[in-house]
Write a protein that binds this ligand. Structure first.
Ligand SMILES: Cc1ncc(COP(=O)(O)O)c(C=O)c1O
Length: 370
């Protein structure tokens, strides 16, 4: 047998929630409400679908390796230049490229506990030491001070998720700035803004883009999988110094992402109306679901994203609720794999999905606590 390295042998794979088809089959259900993966329940932008359809006749051609049309368009969002932008097979694809390109033996990686599991899986799938720092006690927020204190001369990459998946919490601009000042410039700081479009303009949330000119060790990740609704086609982007962007473009597989993904992403960026509708649906949905959680006396964590984390009384209760909802056709995300066994995460969906989920939550609680 061909031997793999120990850290690969011991790697626990990313386990996504059950698929719609699996649930339908298992519980003989017709209709499923999937509120487990923070996708956009409005579907893809109609303009993206149209653009992808129009591209089908070109599928015999390889994609443009430089993806220059898309990178130009993305660069306009934050008034940057295309040289600051790299694209990849989802933002997770870019994360994988960053770890591959920049980590050398002896380097160390730091992040927080209770953050995006995709990063944890990628970091543990490497030989390098991966350190997870606890959050602020009771706050479910990144403790940037503790992360900064943990930096040593082996630290090479730090991962911050803002807003954080699965807690929905943020670090604000002042905290970020203080943190960036405190970390040596030789350390790459990845700031994952997968939910940026939902948090933009809310409270004291700020994108890290404003720090880019001063801190060339910052790499921001964004995605077309969330608000833009094209998770299935796999495309994301990074914003960084031209040097880091060039490395990402050089190290990624040359023809990723494919033509459909690139054209879908370009058209999505043109569909402002779709993005505005999605933000509106989310903020109205957030008001609605949190009012239900309040009425049901559930302990939810205020969220800046398109999902809400709820803390139940125990892991057993999370399992029972997950099973109850599944039997009724609602898929949510229990958070044991994220290190939060007594918590679950529910995506904010369409009004119909939210109300169906709310009724089922109520049904569960009245069954368990009659
Ligand atoms: C914080 C965060 N980053 C990245 C991703 C993955 O994004 P992509 O589909 O672009 O790989 C997710 C998806 O759940 C996420 O929550």
């Amino acid at each position: 047998m061909i031997k793999v390295s120990d850290y690969i042998e011991n790697l626990k794979p990313y386990v996504p929630g059950m698929s719609i088809d699996e649930i339908k089959r298992k519980f003989s259900l017709e209709r499923i409400y999937k509120l487990a993966s923070n996708e956009n329940s409005l579907g893809p932008s109609p303009k993206a679908v149209e653009a992808m359809k129009n591209t089908l006749a070109q599928l015999h051609r390889y994609p443009d390796i430089s993806a220059i049309r898309l990178r130009e368009k993305i660069s306009l969002i934050d008034s940057l230049s295309p040289e600051n932008i790299a694209i990849g097979n989802g933002s997770e694809g870019i994360l994988a490229v960053l770890l591959r390109a920049f980590l050398v033996p002896g380097d160390e990686v730091i992040s927080s506990e209770k953050t995006f599991i995709g990063f944890q899986v990628l970091a543990r799938g490497r030989e390098q030491k991966f350190i997870e720092i606890p959050m602020y006690p009771g706050e479910f927020r990144f403790n940037l001070k503790a992360i900064s204190n943990a930096v040593n001369d082996k630290t090479k990459i730090i991962y911050i998720c803002n807003p954080n998946n699965p807690t929905g919490t943020i670090v604000n601009g002042d905290e970020l700035e203080e943190f960036l000042q405190s970390v040596p410039r030789e350390v790459m700081i990845i700031i994952d803004e997968a939910y940026y479009e939902y948090a933009r303009g809310r409270g004291n949330y700020e994108s890290a883009v404003k720090f880019l000119s001063e801190f060339d060790n910052v790499v921001i990740l964004r995605t077309f999988s969330k608000i833009y609704g094209i998770a299935g086609i796999r495309i994301g982007y990074s914003i960084s110094s031209p040097e880091i962007a060039e490395t990402i473009m050089k190290v990624k597989l040359p023809f990723e992402p494919g033509i459909l993904a690139q054209e879908g992403a370009i058209a999505s960026l043109d569909d402002e109306d779709f993005v505005n509708r999605s933000v509106r649906m989310n903020s109205e949905g957030y008001e609605y679901v949190t009012s239900i959680y309040g009425e049901l006396k559930l302990n939810y964590i205020p969220s800046y994203a398109n999902f809400v984390m709820i803390r139940m009384n125990s892991e057993g209760e999370v399992n029972k609720l997950t099973e109850y909802l599944l039997r009724n056709g609602v898929i949510i995300r229990p958070l044991k794999p994220f290190g939060l066994p007594d918590c679950l995460r529910i995506t904010i969906g369409t009004p119909e999905e939210n109300s169906f989920m709310g009724n089922n939550l109520q049904g569960f609680l009245s069954e368990v606590y009659p």
